[in-house]
Design a protein around this ligand. Sequence first.
Ligand code: ATP
Length: 866
Amino acid sequence: MGSHRNALVAVVRQELAEARGAARAVLAEAESARGEAQNRRRLVRDAYATCLNQLAEARDAARRDIQRRFQHESTRLAGNVRRLAAVSATGAAGLPWRMWAPTEPAPGARPGLLRIGSLNLDDTAALPALVPFLDAAHLHFEGTHPVADGVITGLLLRALGSSRPGDIELTVYDPEHLGGTLAPFAPLGISFVAPGSLGATLDDLVEHICRVNETVLAGEHQSLADLTAATTGPRPEPWRVVVLLADPATAEELTNAQRAQLDRIVRTGVACGVHLVVRGLALGDHPTVRRLVVTDQTATCDITGDLEIRLDPPPPADRVTSFCRATAERLRAGPPPARFADLEPRELWAESSAHGLVAPIGDATDGSLVEVPLGDDPPHALVGGPSGSGKTNLLYAWLAALATRYGPEELAFYLLDFKEGVSFARFVPGPRDPAWLPQVRLAGINVNGDREFGLAMLRHLSEELRTRAQAAKRVDATKLAELRAEDPTGHWPRIVAVIDEFQVLLSGRDAVADEAVTLLEDLARRGRSQGIHLILASQDVSGIEALWGRSGLIGQFTLRIALPKARRILADDNLAAAVIPRFHAVVNTQSGTSGANQVVRLPDAGDRLVWRSLQRRLWRDRPEGCEQPRLFDGDAVPRLPESCRPSGPVPDAAAPVGSSPGAVLGERIDVAARPARLRLGRMPGRNLAVLGTRTEEACDVLAAAALSLAAQGPAHFSVVCLDPDAARAAARLIAELPSADWCDVVPSEPFGTIPHYVLGYALDAGADPAALRRLLVEGPEHRTHVLGWWRSPGRLRDSLGGPGARLDPIGAWVALDVQGPDLAPLYPQPGGPAWYPRNRRALFFDRSVHRTPEVIVPYEVNSDHT
Ligand SMILES: Nc1ncnc2c1ncn2[C@@H]1O[C@H](COP(=O)(O)OP(=O)(O)OP(=O)(O)O)[C@@H](O)[C@H]1O
């Protein structure tokens, strides 16, 4: 029993021990799980906190970024809007009242927007609040009447101030105050509609719209705005602005018929330039109606939605009145004359000159531009007016109008001014401005002493005429348009040759005048069909009279332009030029007959800066290969071209010698500015005498001749200088020549294997006559030539042996300050050439090539060596 119990106890004990052990294990496991869970919870808590922090940071960063972007974008957009506003409401349309002044619109500019106040957006500077009006909208106001009236006053002043006087006709219906609300505008001659006459006014407006549609737009244009944009010149019809300031009681008085008329105007008015500004009357819905609701100092507009507009104060009444008075005064005086810029076309170089040249030179008294034609009829123009009457100005205006319409492929200018002055110098590159007018091929300035250059230009044009006539003949064309059609790839621009003070060319009974008249007659007669047009201008009635004597010539100049007080430009019984005011001109395309006059107001085209900016624009657009014009400046001394100087290695004595090297003596007075050359072949008489007392010029002629000869091949030079004043120039020349020696006397053994040139300075001062004679007579056969300077033809003869000495060995001469008759012994015709010495000009005669002598300009050779 006892053992049984003990065994049971042991079993129980065992089981209890096991259960305790199991419970302990479970407990340990639970505790470890709990520790783990607690750990996880801590981790999750920590992560959660971190996450919250990170999210807060990210949110703050995103918010800051959004705010920055918003700020940036709103500033940018506001800037855009401000810039847009600035171009949409320029000058009088947008300036604050304290700075306000009327501004004339640019030609062809469309009306913009008008400022009424400002828009305040968060964080950005205020933006201007603008509304459309002319050519765009009717305006309808609701709200406080006095505030609306102030806004209307401002809008009207801005619209009037940014358009031309007379471009807006104002009608006011103001039954409450009988016109008093807009009384400051009264000086403009506005129509006030009496109470009870509104119906008639609306009927009038409807009729006006019908008329504009029928006769002005005529189905060809959608609106007056389109028509104005398509044409140059003033607006065909003024805008009609009708202000209706009613009160609700009046509104009820509108009859059904009146309401219907008002609705018609709302629908059709804007296209025909009729605009309503209405306060106190209902206006039907239409896309052209803009609605503004005004309260005390603020407004909203359907364009800007809910944004609040802070209204500008109304303009001061005295400013409105003074503006209206000034405008009325300007209206009475007529429109201001066209400005230089008004002559410019909408598009540069868009015209073809195939059928002629048409360009405005100014405007008529009604403001429309007056276009002057040149082509088959009229082909040439005669311009006249006394000194200071504005001829140069007129030519500037005309040339600018032509040069902006016709590109260099269509038009070429040849410009010559015989006045003392440089009026055409602005068209060619200068020291301060490298630009030139791309159409100008040639410009002559300070030409008054050099009639030969006028002749050279006429010869050049004559040559061009011949080329064109031949080309036309080949393709059976009778005029330029046909030639251009047959030869589309050819370069056949119309040529306009302007000769200011042309009478200088024709004055005098000499060979220059005779040839000039012959060439002018030919150009005038045949130039018409070949696209060569002459514009002759003169202040001198005797010059014009010289033309009247030549009916063959004057008859071709059917276009006449007479400036104030011009005489004999128009027909004798046509007195228009005597009565026109300053800065006006009479344009007459019927040879000046009375009845064909057109009076033109000329713009001021003289401003150098304005001209320069126009010319720069044209110059930048010049086609590739457009060459710089040839400038002949009578006051400039040309430099010996580098190509005429020896350069590089000394010519090899074994190199071939040309059969007749050419000595360059000076610049020819011709269009190409070629050097005048004397051929020195192996023939008798191939020597040169430079005659005259002007040491410097004589030295320059000899130096240019010697240097140019040295540049052409191997040659030896012997320099004999018998005048101490020329010694310096002679020494300088020797220094530059590749092979030269200084001789005290004329060389006695002159003949060698290469050409030998004896340069004699002041040979009349004691050269041995026999040696000199032998050299002159026998030298050329042996390629030895004398290039000598004698101070007069008499002393030349003396140095060759005295009164009986023959001058045949002198085959060519250059005369400086020697009178024509003194040259008779060296000239084939009795009496000598017609020559009156001029500074820095010389007469060159080569017996073997010249029929008559040629005027040349001695080159400056050594100015850089002193
Ligand atoms: N339409 C114009 N508007 C304003 N000023 C003008 C106008 N036409 C000419 N002038 C001015 O009048 C002056 C004389 O004009 P311009 O030099 O053209 O006359 P001109 O007949 O060529 O005189 P001249 O033959 O003596 O040179 C210049 O100062 C010029 O600026």
